[in-house]
Structure formats: structure tokens, C-alpha cells
Design a protein around this ligand. Structure first.
Ligand SMILES: Nc1ncnc2c1ncn2[C@@H]1O[C@H](COP(=O)(O)OP(=O)(O)OP(=O)(O)O)[C@@H](O)[C@H]1O
Ligand SMILES: [Mg+2]
Length: 438
């Protein structure tokens, strides 16, 4: 027995004894004891009623106070209430944190009860699937996620594979839907936006198709000629020279294509740990100008090199050579005879600016945003005729990214183009002080 209850009983006995003794004087012992017991019953009922009142309005009223055993009961209830409130706060905090985490998730999450009605969903479910919580709580999922393939998947009960469908909210978006059954026949639906993966897959298959197509053309030419020679060897040396020259050009084209593809693949996969060397711009551009003059041949183009700053670049020599020579070679190839090409290097607003300006064919505006895509050519036949593979500017873009730079293209049809590479201050090194940024 609880000591407080023992004390309470002893007190009651003591008062009863006292009442019996006092009643004995008047020969009214039973009455006196009855008064004591009755008072105690009233006291007990009063406390029961106060407890009941408090239980009914726990949130608004304070716990009553009392003496003796009832005081102990109220005190224990007070401790219990305090612990419950503390646990409630901790639980609320956890729930809030969970809700914050799930609303930050880019994937939609929907919980269904055993009747396939919505129990809960996160914020992403609204944008991806159009299910809002709490507005759509208790609604049947079939009323809101109206997609026959999804309903078949849901009812099939085999959730080992993911389902790929268009988003009911944005049909252009592709969703990967995965259902995970868990306790009490509830289901967790996770929808992930996989549009970017789809796009990558599409790009990959386009790339393979384009690369195969580009390689097939020279192979077809070479094998066609070989077949002709095999069946009917030409006796005319002039004809033979022409055939071998064409075959040689085509094989060179294939070689360029494969080497460009290899360069691209290296640029995409190799780490950029060799990108902090000092690259002397004047020497690099002089070498590029010389090879451009050779490429220009008898086109009588006027190629000018203007180095306005002695600032150098921090980077990788081979890559920067490839970057600048791609742009200069394009200028040579897409500028007609007697045209002008100006190669320049300067530092403006603290940024390094390399540019190639030509008086060439120019590029229609609608093509400019696509020029750095692999195999993209404004005029396929013309580019092929000049030996182009359509990979040059894709390589340029990658190299620039690896050097924190960006490409700017300004062009006017039949007037000319300017391709500029802009390098941030962090990539610049002042001549004579290679360790210090300019
Ligand atoms: N300076 C320029 N003037 C006019 N058109 C250009 C110029 N530079 C690039 N282009 C256009 O942009 C297209 C893409 O250029 P890119 O360098 O990527 O490929 P390419 O020159 O055809 O082949 P590659 O450089 O791989 O041998 C070219 O086919 C051409 O139509
Ligand atoms: Mg090119």
C-alpha cells in the first residue's frame, strides 16, 4: 500500500476515534462517526468532481490542488501531464522536420491506405501528379491519378518493376513510378521526374546515329571505288590518280572524325588536374596563325594577329591550342578568298578576351544557339566539302568549360562572324609574374 494512502487511512481512523470519544460524552458516538465519514465522502466526491472537470477541459484548466492522498494523486497527474507535453513537443518537432524534409524532396510521395485512398502526400506530388494534401486526403487515388497504365500497375500488385509514364500535370514530363507496399496493406507511391534521363538517352542514341552516319559516308565512297577497281582496274593513270586522291581524302576525313570523337570523349572524361600550367598566349597564337596561313593556302586571305595584352592564361596548352585553332580554322574555312581574319587577345574589365573576327559567310541567327551541338552544321554539304565534321565547336565548348570560360558568337549573314572566348580573372596570369593573378 502506498504510504500516503496508509497515512490517509490512519488520519481517517484517528478522526473516527476522536469522533467516537467526543460522541461518547453525549452518547452519540455513532452519529459523530457518521458525520466524520460523511464529511470524508463529501471531500472525496468533491475531488472526484474536480478531477473529472479537469479531465474534460484538460487544455484550458489547471490541475486542482488538494491535501493528503488526493494531493498526491494530483501531483502524480501533474508530473504525467508534464512528461506527455514534453514528448508531444518532441514528436511535433520530429513530424515538422519530416514534413520539411519530404517537402524539400524533388520526388512525389503519396501514401495510400488499404482501400487505396490518399492518406498523405508531399509537396512535389502537387507539381508532378496534381495531388494536393490535405485537400485531397481520403479521396480515391483512381479519381485523381487518371492514367490507365498507372491503374493497371496499381491493381497488378507486382511492383518489382518501375512504371514509366507521362506526368498527368505536365504531359511533356516523363515520370518513373514505383509502388512500395508496407505495413497494414498501405502503399507508398514514389514518382520521380526522369525527363532529363530520357533526354540524355535520346542524345546518346542521336549521337550514335550521327556518328555512324558520318563514318558511313566515307566508308561507302571508299568501298565503292575499291569495288570498281577490283572488277575493272582503270588503265588511265589520270583516272587512277583521281580515284586514289578521293579515297585518300575520304580516309583522312574518317581519321579526323575518329580523332575528334576521341578528343571529345577525353574532354568529357579526363580530370582537369593539368589545367594550372602557364600558357604563353603570344607564342601560342603565333603558332596558330602560322598554321592558319598554311591552311588558307592560295585563298589570299589577310590574317592579322593583334596581341594587346601580355597577360597569359592558366590552363592546359594542348587544349587551349585546340580551342583557338578550331576557331581560327573555322574562320579560314568559312571566309571566301581575299577575306580578312583578325585574331586578337586582350584584357578588358579584368577578363581575358580572345576573339576571331572574319569577313566570311556569316551564320543565320537561328543556327547560333545550336552551333556547339555535336555534328551541328549550318550547311552540311558545304561543311563536308571543306572537310568539316561538325565537332569543332562542341570541342571548343568543352575546353572552355574546363577553363571556366564562355563562348560568345556574333554573326551577320554575308558580312562576317566574331567568335569570342571570355576567361575569368582567376585564369589570368600577368607576364613576368606567373605565380600572381592579374
Ligand atoms: N567563322 C564561321 N563562319 C561561318 N560559319 C561558321 C564559322 N564557324 C563555324 N561555322 C558554322 O558552324 C558549323 C559548326 O562548326 P564546327 O567547327 O563545329 O564544325 P565544322 O567546322 O563543320 O567541322 P570541324 O570543325 O569539326 O571540322 C559549321 O559547319 C559552320 O556551318
Ligand atoms: Mg570547325
Amino acid at each position: 500500500m502506498h504510504p500516503q494512502l496508509q497515512r490517509e487511512l490512519w488520519f481517517l481512523l484517528f478522526y473516527c476515534a476522536l469522533a467516537a470519544a467526543a460522541g461518547y460524552l453525549f452518547d452519540l458516538s455513532v452519529l459523530f462517526i457518521s458525520v466524520v465519514l460523511f464529511s470524508y465522502i463529501i471531500f472525496t466526491f468533491k475531488n472526484i468532481s474536480r478531477l473529472h472537470q479537469w479531465l474534460l477541459k484538460r487544455e484550458q484548466t489547471q490541475l486542482p490542488d488538494s491535501k493528503g492522498y488526493w494531493g498526491e494523486i494530483f501531483h502524480q497527474l501533474y508530473i504525467m501531464e508534464k512528461t506527455i507535453n514534453k514528448n508531444k513537443d518532441a514528436l511535433n518537432k520530429t513530424i515538422r522536420r519530416f514534413q520539411e524534409a519530404t517537402s524539400a524532396l524533388p520526388d512525389a510521395m503519396i501514401i495510400l491506405n488499404k482501400d487505396k485512398h490518399i492518406d498523405w502526400s508531399n509537396k512535389a506530388a502537387e507539381s508532378l501528379v496534381g495531388i494536393r494534401y490535405p485537400q485531397d486526403a481520403n479521396q480515391a487515388i483512381s479519381n485523381l491519378f487518371r492514367n490507365p497504365a498507372f491503374m493497371r500497375y496499381l491493381n497488378k500488385k507486382d511492383y518489382s518493376r518501375e512504371l514509366h509514364i507521362a506526368s498527368p500535370e505536365h504531359p511533356a514530363k516523363k515520370l518513373s513510378v514505383q509502388i512500395i507496399p508496407y505495413v497494414k496493406k498501405q502503399l507508398l507511391i514514389i514518382c520521380r521526374d526522369i525527363s532529363h534521363i530520357n533526354k540524355l538517352e535520346e542524345m546518346r542514341s542521336n549521337f550514335v546515329a550521327n556518328a555512324s552516319h558520318e563514318l558511313r559516308s566515307p566508308i561507302t565512297v571508299i568501298s565503292g571505288y575499291l569495288e570498281t577497281i577490283k572488277d575493272n582496274p582503270p588503265t588511265d593513270p589520270e583516272k587512277l590518280t583521281k580515284i586514289t586522291k578521293t579515297m585518300y581524302n575520304q580516309s583522312k576525313r574518317m581519321e579526323r572524325l575518329v580523332s575528334d570523337l576521341l578528343s571529345l570523349s577525353k574532354l568529357e572524361t579526363r580530370p582537369t588536374d593539368q589545367h594550372d600550367n602557364v600558357v604563353e598566349i603570344a607564342a601560342l597564337l603565333t603558332a596558330i596563325k602560322e598554321s592558319a596561313t598554311l591552311l588558307s593556302g592560295d585563298k589570299q586571305q589577310q590574317i592579322t594577329l593583334d596581341i594587346k595584352s601580355d597577360t597569359n592564361l592558366r590552363g592546359n596548352y594542348e587544349e587551349l591550342y585546340s580551342l583557338f585553332s578550331n576557331l581560327v580554322n573555322n574562320a579560314v574555312r568559312y571566309t571566301p578568298d581575299k577575306g580578312e581574319i583578325l585574331i586578337s587577345w586582350e584584357v578588358t574589365d579584368g577578363q581575358g578576351l580572345f576573339s576571331v573576327k572574319d569577313t566570311g559567310t556569316g551564320i543565320p541567327q537561328q543556327h547560333i544557339p545550336h552551333l556547339t551541338e555535336r555534328f551541328y552544321r549550318v550547311n552540311v554539304d558545304r561543311s563536308r566539302a571543306t572537310g568539316g565534321t561538325g565537332l569543332g565547336l562542341a570541342i571548343v565548348k568543352h575546353i572552355l568549360e574546363r577553363h571556366d570560360g564562355r563562348l560568345n558568337i556574333v554573326s551577320e549573314l554575308n558580312v562576317g562572324s566574331t567568335f569570342s572566348c571570355i576567361f575569368p580573372e582567376t585564369r589570368l596570369i600577368k607576364e613576368g609574374n606567373p605565380q600572381q593573378d592579374s
